[in-house]
Design a protein around this ligand. Sequence first.
Ligand SMILES: NC(=O)c1ccc[n+]([C@@H]2O[C@H](COP(=O)([O-])OP(=O)(O)OC[C@H]3O[C@@H](n4cnc5c(N)ncnc54)[C@H](OP(=O)(O)O)[C@@H]3O)[C@@H](O)[C@H]2O)c1
Length: 256
Amino acid sequence: MEKWRGKFAVITGASAGIGEEIAKDFLKNGINVIGLARRPELILQYGEKIVGEGYGKVYAHKCDVTSLESIKDAFKWIEEQFEVIHILVNNAGILKSLKILGDEDCGDKINEVIQTNFNGLVHCSHEAYRLIKKSEDYGFIININSNAGHRIFFPAPGLSHNVYHGTKFAVTATSEIMRQELIMQENDKVRVTSISPGVVNTELFAKAGHASPTNFYGNVPSIKAEDVANAVSYLLTTPYYVNITELTIKHVSQKF
Ligand SMILES: NC(=O)c1ccc[n+]([C@@H]2O[C@H](COP(=O)([O-])OP(=O)(O)OC[C@H]3O[C@@H](n4cnc5c(N)ncnc54)[C@H](OP(=O)(O)O)[C@@H]3O)[C@@H](O)[C@H]2O)c1
């Protein structure tokens, strides 16, 4: 972790849940955080309280990752302010209650899930890589994937996973594609990791119309957002030649 002190990390969806905990860990470890979200004020609210000797500084910018224009604007601002970055954490993600083969007219919901979880990740990676490469330093792209990106668990009450599964499988494929693109470019300074959490107790489920992960999955135990943040921090402690390409993290009693 020490070797990333003073570097700049962009975290999408840093205003809540897993993104917020990753940002807090980075700040405490001397990494400057540029948080992106539709509610950037929430990032400054907690970030400006995390002050101490050797801590990183927090910055926030409004960005809606469903919009290419918004992503381009955000990275233009980042380049103007900081010139380069070193780490991108693609964390912004949503879950929506819908059925692909259902009666409800849910085209907008389907688009929003795909645009947030997949298009957003791809476009942010494209924009961020330009600034990581410009630094001529070591870099890291960390994709917050999901257990749902590797296997279909069916049936979940409410069947809310549907399109979500597809976007997360796409994150699995895209993480490996980005890794291979870097090898083809002979860029061994930048690593790509997909982190796949099981059930994490955050607002994700409430926003999808489920009171909590427990309400969504029945009696499935969950881990905390801090646990995922710890896994992200662990990645940054590994030597530059070690690429943990995939890391799965779930509660000891989670069955699926
Ligand atoms: N919770 C779980 O059980 C679980 C399990 C596996 C994987 N994950 C993944 O972990 C990631 C974080 O989820 P979470 O559980 O921490 O959920 P969360 O608490 O609901 O946080 C989601 C974050 O994403 C941001 N976001 C959503 N839509 C956005 C958009 N259009 N543009 C920019 N930012 C957007 C939100 O910020 P604003 O609303 O301010 O924009 C918020 O900061 C997601 O990729 C999710 O798929 C979660």
